[in-house]
Design a protein around this ligand. Sequence first.
Ligand SMILES: *[C@@H]1O[C@H](CO)[C@@H](O)[C@H](O)[C@H]1NC(C)=O
Length: 223
Amino acid sequence: MESSKSIPTSLLLLLAIIFSINYSACLADPDPLHDFCVANLDSTKITVNGFPCKPASAVVSDDFFFSGLATGGDTSGMFGSNITQASVASFPGLNTLGLSMNRADFAPGGVNPLHSHPRATELVFVLEGELLVGFVSTANVFYSKVVKAGENFVIPRGLVHFQYNAGKVNARAMTVFNSQLPGVVLAPLGLFGSKPAIPDEVLAKTFQVDNNVIDLLKSKFGN
Ligand SMILES: *[C@@H]1O[C@H](CO)[C@@H](O)[C@H](O)[C@H]1NC(C)=O
């Protein structure tokens, strides 16, 4: 009562609006409504924002355990990198908890190609070797840094970014996301490998090149 007399209502309202704007801007996935909601990934009858919960009586300790990041994937593919994911899709215990993690392995010269995560900010922690990590802001400013073992770099939600192993030895990083399923839009595949393909005319005009350049790029990504 005291405070509502001394602070004008309009100021309180303004503060409430400022607080709610800032608050919602740093949220990713919605808050859970239960202690846990281990995903039933096989549910076809019910679709919700996320996955329906397995009955609590059927939940076991192993639902909260995942060993899939203990080993890295094969880095001999075209990009010289391999991303192993611990998202809700492979680790159902993460459902509704608002976070997930990837392991990224890189051969020398390997790249996790330009991509973005529509639903999450990404915190990159380098465990081994060193990576050039960079993102581009909506103002087209390129921010980047060589990140060494034990160091972090953060990539704001939704922005296009990459990690590149410019070193002479293998590199390894863990990446943490504030979403159970951050989603990934991989620029080369999205632009040149989509099914069905984006028309050549659109890509040629977009990149200001001839159709044969577009056809060459499409041929690299299965189109
Ligand atoms: C990543 O590694 C796994 C396991 O070694 C392999 O099956 C998969 O094809 C690799 N992915 C890429 C993109 O090279």
